[in-house]
Design a protein around this ligand. Structure first.
Ligand code: 5GP
Length: 194
């Protein structure tokens, strides 16, 4: 088990409805040293890949992305969730369905902060069905920028987001892939990674 898998086993709580609660270190209280180790690991996995910007989505992605960005020496842009769609043409927009809240949000990024020369690493906390990632990829495409790679802390491998994103040809690096989890026993099984 790697450092993140160990932490998930120690502090993660499996909830009904395929939800893994990790709010003691990733989603509410934030373990910045852990984020730093995640940054070291992604810097290794994306070594040699051209990256000049990190894109994430509010809220949980921001803290992780900021710490990770120090290992890449690049700025972080986060997609904002917006109730009203700004149609003045100054924003890239995408619709994202929230897995945890079961509602739809429009996410926006100002055209000022993403352009065709950008080589973007997407960072997020979880990958479930892949809606959040598809929204971020759409925004990068609208900007004419390119996706250099995707770093996810926890992928729920029993949901189809990871397969969809890998089939699209993206370099997706999830630090922990949960293949199954059981709310009644609390047992979590991880996919073997080399
Ligand atoms: P997706 O768009 O891939 O279906 O879901 C990704 C988003 O949903 C993540 O950014 C995360 O905020 C949230 N999410 C999905 N599954 C879980 C989960 O099991 N636990 C937590 N804490 N968040 C989740």
């Amino acid at each position: 088990m790697n450092f993140l898998e160990e932490r998930i086993v120690k502090n993660g709580i499996v909830k009904e409805g395929n939800i893994l609660k990790v709010d003691s270190f990733l989603n509410h209280q934030l373990d910045v040293d852990l984020f730093d180790r995640m940054g070291i690991e992604w810097a290794k996995r994306f070594e040699g890949v051209e990256i000049n910007k990190i894109l994430t989505i509010e809220a949980s992605g921001i803290g992780i992305a900021c710490v990770v960005a120090r290992h890449f020496g690049v700025p972080v842009v986060f997609a904002k969730k917006s109730k009203s769609v700004n149609l003045d043409g100054e924003m890239y927009t995408a619709e994202v369905e929230s897995f945890t809240h079961k509602n739809k949000n429009v996410v926006i990024v100002s055209k000022k902060f993403l352009n065709k020369d950008d080589k973007v690493l997407i960072i997020d906390d979880f990958l479930a069905n892949g809606c959040a990632l598809q929204g971020l990829i759409s925004i990068i495409n609208q900007a004419g920028a390119s996706v250099s790679g995707i770093g996810i802390a926890i992928e729920k491998g029993f949901q189809n987001g990871g397969q969809i994103i890998r089939n699209m040809g993206y370099k997706l690096e999830s630090l922990a892939i949960v293949d199954s989890m059981d709310a009644s026993t609390g047992e979590i099984k991880f996919r073997d990674q080399i």
